[in-house]
Design a protein around this ligand. Structure first.
Ligand code: NAD
Length: 403
């Protein structure tokens, strides 16, 4: 029988109180990667209470900063020692190519080391406010932090949330995206191994609408740190008002790259491609709009099409693959819908635009890298974040034009 992967609450690996489960699949072929326990509001409650106790008994926040730093450094070393495990997990769970997962693992270690360093540095200021009188500012931990992340950088985003909060002496209740929890589970196993005290960091698993919503509303949570969609961000802000939590939101985007005629042509082409096709375009800062000066427009677009058609799409686990599948069928449908609307609104499809099926890709959520030209500001593919490998190209006359 397949082992059911558990949550980590108060220093114990536990199943959800309801006994519910969720199947995690590989977006490259829909094979089952694992079964995980599926939490609800009752599990959130016990995780928050554990984090509350761990904060209030001071075992974590009053631990010497050097000791907290040492734990974070040991964690970084432990992750690094298992780089291959994490790279494979991340690629299987999220679809991204191996080389991108390798970058994420390395960046994750760097993040834990960076905040380990910061934990022992001065973090206050001194002011002269009168004769023989000084005022001090001292930075203190906030308390219990609820942390909610999306599926596009499961491991790296875990580090970006956990490392600073723990370094500062907060305790944490952490929720990965429900469809990509595997690297976070492994990360918490290592946190236990290196000796984080019980209750300091708790892992809950489950859906956003149930588990995420309960974390955002819980009266014993002092802060919510969220990365994800703008619509969700609004819900979290609303849910958090009961006890006036501090809230930080990192939401969606629709970033433009602007290329003028005097730019380094080859470098600009490389970066325009990287900006939209890295991680299958599922990046909040993706360069999903490209504005080209008219005198280089035709040559630039021609080169982009040529290069885009050569991108190697396939199962991210295969060496040499440059673009993997989208993370889920839901995400694939959403992006295909945008492509459809793009055509209906009059944009010109230069290449791509279809689900891919050949070469063993039948069961995966693969989408051709897609370029649209003749786009205008009022079009949905220019205004809306589709979070996929779809570039909207616009032309501008010269640098005096209002963009
Ligand atoms: P999402 O907002 O649907 O989900 C993100 C997380 O929030 C998941 O863990 C989900 O379970 C949880 N969630 C969902 N509903 C919730 C609710 N009502 N209350 C609390 N939590 C809830 O986003 P997604 O589809 O996973 O990710 C894509 C979005 O994330 C895109 O819009 C993208 O731009 C954004 N994003 C932003 C950044 C950034 O740094 N600004 C980084 C990555 C992704």
């Amino acid at each position: 029988m397949t082992e059911v992967l558990k949550m980590y609450i108060d220093g114990e690996w536990v199943s959800s109180l309801s006994g519910a489960k969720r199947t995690i699949i590989n977006p490259a072929d829909q094979s089952v990667l694992g079964i995980v326990t599926e939490g609800d509001a009752n599990d959130v409650d016990r995780a928050v209470k554990a984090a509350r106790r761990a904060f209030d008994d001071s075992s974590w926040r009053d631990m010497k900063a050097g000791e907290r730093a040492e734990l974070l450094r040991r964690l970084a070393d432990a992750i690094e020692a298992q780089t291959d495990v994490f790279v494979a997990l991340e690629t299987k769970d999220s679809g991204k190519p191996l080389r991108e997962s390798a970058y994420d693992v390395s960046d994750c270690c760097a993040c834990f080391r960076y905040y380990a360093g910061l934990a022992t540095k001065p973090h206050g200021q001194t002011y002269e406010v009168g004769e023989d009188v000084q005022a001090l500012t001292v930075r203190e931990p906030i308390g219990v932090c609820a942390q909610i992340i999306p599926w596009n950088y499961p491991l790296l985003m875990s580090a970006w949330k956990l490392a600073p909060a723990l370094a500062a002496g907060n305790t944490v209740v952490f929720k990965p995206a429900e469809i990509t929890p595997l690297s976070a589970i492994r990360l918490f196993e290592l946190m236990e191994e290196v000796g984080f005290p019980k209750g300091a960091a708790n892992l809950v698993l489950g859906s956003g609408t149930i588990v995420g919503a309960a974390m955002s509303a819980h009266p014993q949570v002092d802060k919510v740190a969220f990365t994800g969609g703008t619509v969700t961000g609004r819900k979290i802000l609303e849910a958090s008002i009961g006890n006036l939590k501090k809230v930080s939101l990192e939401l969606g985007g629709k970033s433009p790259n602007i290329v003028f005629a005097d730019a380094d042509f080859a470098a600009a082409v490389d970066y325009a491609l990287y900006a939209i096709f890295a991680n299958q375009g599922q990046v909040c800062a993706a360069g999903s709009r490209l504005l080209l000066e008219d005198t280089i427009y035709d040559r630039f677009v021609e080169r982009l099409v040529e290069r885009t058609k050569k991108i190697k799409v396939g199962n991210g686990m295969e060496p040499g693959i440059e673009m993997g599948p989208l993370v889920s069928s839901k995400q694939l449908d959403k992006v295909l819908h945008y492509i459809d609307i793009g055509q209906q609104e009059g944009a010109k499809l230069l290449c791509g635009g279809h689900r891919m099926a050949g070469h063993g890709m039948e069961k995966g959520f693969f989408l051709e890298p897609t370029l649209f030209s003749n786009t205008t500001e009022d079009m949905s593919i220019v205004k809306g974040e589709n979070f996929g490998p779809v570039l909207a190209i616009q032309k501008f006359p010269d640098d005096t034009d209002e963009l």
